[in-house]
Design a protein around this ligand. Structure first.
Ligand SMILES: Cc1cc2nc3c(=O)[nH]c(=O)nc-3n(C[C@H](O)[C@H](O)[C@H](O)COP(=O)(O)OP(=O)(O)OC[C@H]3O[C@@H](n4cnc5c(N)ncnc54)[C@H](O)[C@@H]3O)c2cc1C
Length: 625
C-alpha cells in the first residue's frame, strides 16, 4: 500500500518538542511530509498586532525552521502567502496529500477557519487529524466535563481536569524528519482584501507580503518585517523554541524560586530581570509546551517538599489560570470577547462602548464616543501621558517592550475601567491585543473581565491606587525613572505625585509639571494628572455598586435593545454611559427609507439571534463565580 503523504500545518505550535499533533503526523510514517505555515490575512490585517509581536512570531518561525533543517537538510518551515481557506483546496489538488494534520485551536476565529479547511479536505478526500496540545487539558474536554459550561474559577477547572485525568506527560522531540514532496504552486493566488487594515499605523513602507505565494524568491521563505512594511521592533524579548527551552532549564535549576513562587509576592516594578518567568509569549506561539512546563515544575515542587507554594499563587497555579480562560473561551466562542450577548459578563454602562454589527450582534472593532472627556482620558492612558507616573511608566514599558508584569497589567486595567476612567474594558483589551507580545485572546479577554469585575472576580471595591500601589513595591520609583525619563531627577517623595512638587523642586529636577500630555506636550515637561484620583475612585465605586444592584448581564434583552437606560440614573446625574447614536435604533444613518426599514428589521432579528445563541447559558448567568 502507498505510504501517506502528509501536510503538517504549523500554527499555534511552533516547536518540535511535546507536540501531539506533529507526533500523530510522524506516526503515519509518511512517504513525504510538508511542514507548512499559511500566512493568513486575517491576522495580518483584521487582528490588531504591533511590530513587537510580529518580530516574536518571525523569531519562532525561523528557529523552528532551523531545527527542522537540522533533522533533514531537505526540509524547513515552508511559508505560503495565502489564507488557508482559499489555499488548501488548491494545495489538495496540486500536491495530492493523503492527510492534513494540525494542532487544535479553540479560538473563535481558529474554529471557523478550521471548519472551512476540514470541509475542503473532506471534499478532496484528504483525511484530517487534529490533536490538542496547546493547553494542559483539551479545552473542549474540560467544557464537556464541566457540563458544557465555561470554567469561571480555578476550582471548577481543577474539578473538570480531575474527571479527565492527569495532565499528559510530554512527548520527546522527533529525531528524524521526512523529506517534503514536490511543491508546485502553479495555481492562481488569491490576493486578500487589505481593507480595513487594523495595523496600517505600523506600516511605514509598502506591504509586499502577498506579492507572490512562495515569497519573493519562490523558496517559501519566512516573511520579514520589511515585507510587512514595518519598522524594526523595539522589544528586547526574542522568540523561538531554543530560547524557550533554555529559559525553562534556567528556571528549573533555581529550585527554590520554582518551588516557592507566589505570584502576589512578585514585584511589578522589577526589571532586568523581571520577577516572573516571562514565558507567556513562548506559550502563546507554542514555542514552549505548557505540559512540559507543568511536569518539570511539578517535579521540582514534589522534591522540594515542605515550604513549596500551592495553586493558585504557585507556578502550577499560573498555568491553571491559563487553562481556565481557554476553557471559558472554548465554551462561549465569539461572545466571550464582549459584553453584548455574553451571559457570563456583567453589564456595566461604561463609556466608549463598542459598535456592534447589527446582523450578528458582534463588536465591529470600532466604538462610540459617548463622552469626549472619556475619549481624552482613554487616549492619554494609551499614550502613557495620564500624569500618573506609575500608570505612564507601565504603559510606556508595554509600548516599547510588549510585556509587563501581571500586577502592572492589573494597575493599567483597573485604572482604565472601574478604578478611574470608567471606560469599557473592551477598549483596554484592544490596546493590549495590539501591544502585548504574549497576546492570547482567551487570557487577555478573561483577565480584562476579571479586572473590570464583570466576570471571574467581583470585589470591585478593591481598587489599585496609581500612587500607593506602586510605592508598595518601589518606594524610590526606580521603575518610573527608567520609563518616564522626564522624572528621572525628581525626589522620591514626589516621584509618584509630581503635581505636588513645588516649583523650586521642579526646577531642580529639570521638569515642569504642566499641560495635558497629548499634542500640547512641551519638551522638558510632564503632564498634570488628568483627574483627581480619589474623586474618580469614589465616583466609579458608587457607579459599580449601582450597576451590580441592577444586575444585568450581556445577554439580557434590556442590554441588547438599549432599554437598560430606564434602570440607571441619567448620565447627567451619575457616571453612566452617555447617549450616542445607536447601532440599532431609529437614528441609524441610512439614507433610503426602504433600506432604513430593512436595516431596522434586520437589526432586531440579528440581536435576537445572538441573544438566543446564548440563551442556554442564561439560566446560569447569575451563578456565583
Ligand atoms: C489585563 C490583563 C491582560 C492579560 N493578557 C494576557 C495575554 O494576552 N496573554 C497572556 O498569556 N497572559 C495575559 N495576562 C495574564 C498574565 O499577566 C500573563 O500571563 C503573565 O504576566 C505573563 O508573564 P509570565 O510569563 O512571567 O508569567 P508567570 O507568572 O511566570 O506565569 C507562568 C505562565 O502562567 C500563565 N499565566 C500566569 N498568570 C496568568 C493569568 N492571570 N491568566 C492566564 N495565564 C496566566 C502564563 O502563560 C505565564 O507565562 C493578562 C493579565 C491581565 C491582568
Amino acid at each position: 500500500m502507498a505510504k501517506p503523504r502528509v501536510i503538517y500545518w504549523f500554527r499555534t505550535d511552533l516547536r518540535l518538542h511535546d507536540s501531539p499533533a506533529l507526533q500523530a503526523a510522524l506516526d503515519l510514517e509518511p512517504e513525504v511530509l510538508w511542514p507548512i505555515f499559511t500566512w493568513d490575512p486575517h491576522y495580518v490585517y483584521k487582528a490588531r498586532g504591533g511590530v513587537n509581536r510580529w518580530q516574536f512570531l518571525l523569531d519562532c518561525q525561523n528557529d523552528l525552521s532551523d531545527s527542522i533543517t537540522k533533522l533533514n537538510k531537505n526540509s524547513k518551515l515552508f511559508v505560503l502567502r495565502e489564507g488557508p481557506q482559499t489555499l488548501f483546496p488548491k494545495l489538495f489538488k496540486a500536491w495530492k496529500p493523503t492527510h492534513l494534520v494540525f494542532e487544535k485551536d479553540t479560538d473563535a476565529y481558529g474554529r471557523s477557519r478550521d471548519e472551512a479547511v476540514a470541509k475542503a479536505a473532506q471534499e478532496a478526500g484528504v483525511k484530517v487529524i487534529i490533536r490538542s496540545g496547546r493547553t494542559l487539558w483539551d479545552s473542549d474536554g474540560i467544557v464537556e466535563k464541566h457540563g458544557g459550561k465555561p470554567t469561571m474559577s480555578i476550582t471548577q477547572l481543577q474539578a473538570a481536569g480531575k474527571k479527565i485525568g492527569p495532565v499528559a506527560k510530554p512527548l520527546p522531540a522527533p529525531e528524524r524528519f521526512p523529506d517534503p514532496g514536490d511543491m508546485p504552486v502553479d495555481f492562481e493566488q488569491h490576493v486578500p482584501d487589505k481593507h480595513p487594515d487594523f495595523n496600517a499605523g505600523y506600516r511605514s513602507e509598502k506591504d509586499t507580503g502577498y506579492n507572490a505565494i512562495a515569497g519573493p524568491n519562490g523558496d517559501f521563505a519566512i516573511e520579514t518585517l520589511e515585507e510587512l512594511g514595518f519598522a524594526p521592533a523595539t522589544t528586547p524579548h526574542r522568540g523561538g523554541e531554543s530560547i524557550a527551552l533554555k529559559t525553562l532549564d534556567g528556571l528549573i535549576k533555581n529550585k527554590r524560586y520554582t518551588a516557592t513562587f507566589e505570584k502576589p509576592k512578585t514585584s511589578p516594578a522589577q526589571f532586568e530581570p523581571q520577577s516572573t518567568t516571562l514565558l507567556s509569549p513562548f506559550f502563546h506561539f507554542g514555542a514552549l509546551s505548557v505540559r512540559l512546563f507543568y511536569w518539570r515544575v511539578h517535579e521540582v515542587v514534589e522534591s522540594y517538599g515542605k515550604g513549596a507554594s500551592t495553586p493558585p499563587a504557585s507556578l502550577i497555579g499560573q498555568v491553571l489560570f491559563r487553562d481556565m480562560y481557554f476553557a471559558a473561551q472554548a465554551a462561549l466562542g465569539q461572545s466571550f470577547a464582549q459584553t453584548a450577548t455574553n451571559a457570563y459578563c456583567r453589564f456595566i454602562p461604561w463609556h466608549l462602548p463598542s459598535k456592534r454589527d447589527p446582523e450578528t450582534g458582534f463588536a465591529t472593532g470600532d466604538y462610540h464616543i459617548d463622552k469626549p472627556k472619556a475619549e481624552e482620558w482613554f487616549q492619554r492612558w494609551k499614550a502613557g501621558v495620564t500624569g500618573f507616573p506609575w500608570i505612564d511608566a507601565l504603559m510606556r514599558q508595554l509600548k516599547q517592550e510588549g510585556w509587563i508584569h501581571h500586577l502592572g497589567r492589573h494597575s493599567l486595567a483597573c485604572f482604565l475601567t472601574r478604578g478611574g476612567c470608567y471606560v469599557d474594558w473592551e477598549r483596554g483589551a484592544e490596546v493590549f491585543e495590539e501591544l502585548l507580545i504574549d497576546h492570547e485572546p482567551a487570557c487577555n479577554i478573561g483577565n480584562w473581565q476579571w479586572l473590570a469585575c464583570v466576570a471571574f472576580f467581583a470585589q470591585y471595591y478593591r481598587c489599585y491606587s496609581p500612587v500607593s500601589f506602586g510605592q508598595k513595591w518601589d518606594k524610590n520609583g526606580d521603575f518610573i525613572r527608567r520609563w518616564v525619563p522626564e522624572l528621572k531627577k525628581v525626589k522620591a517623595k514626589y516621584i509618584y505625585e509630581p503635581w505636588k512638587m513645588p516649583l523650586v523642586d521642579q526646577k531642580q529636577a529639570g521638569v515642569r509639571v504642566t499641560g495635558g500630555g497629548l499634542s500640547e506636550r512641551q519638551e522638558g515637561s510632564y503632564p498634570k494628572p488628568m483627574f483627581d484620583f480619589d474623586e474618580r475612585r469614589s465616583i466609579c465605586l458608587s457607579a459599580m455598586k449601582n450597576a451590580y444592584a441592577v444586575g444585568l448581564h450581556g445577554n439580557d434583552e434590556k442590554v441588547l435593545d438599549g432599554s437598560w437606560r430606564s434602570l440607571f440614573p441619567s448620565p447627567d446625574e451619575a457616571e453612566v454611559m452617555g447617549e450616542y447614536e445607536s447601532d440599532y435604533g431609529e437614528t441609524a444613518d441610512i439614507g433610503d427609507e426602504e433600506e432604513d426599514q430593512e436595516e431596522l428589521n434586520g437589526d432586531s432579528a440579528g440581536i435576537k439571534r445572538a441573544a438566543r445563541k446564548n440563551s442556554a447559558d442564561a439560566k446560569t448567568k447569575k451563578q456565583k463565580t
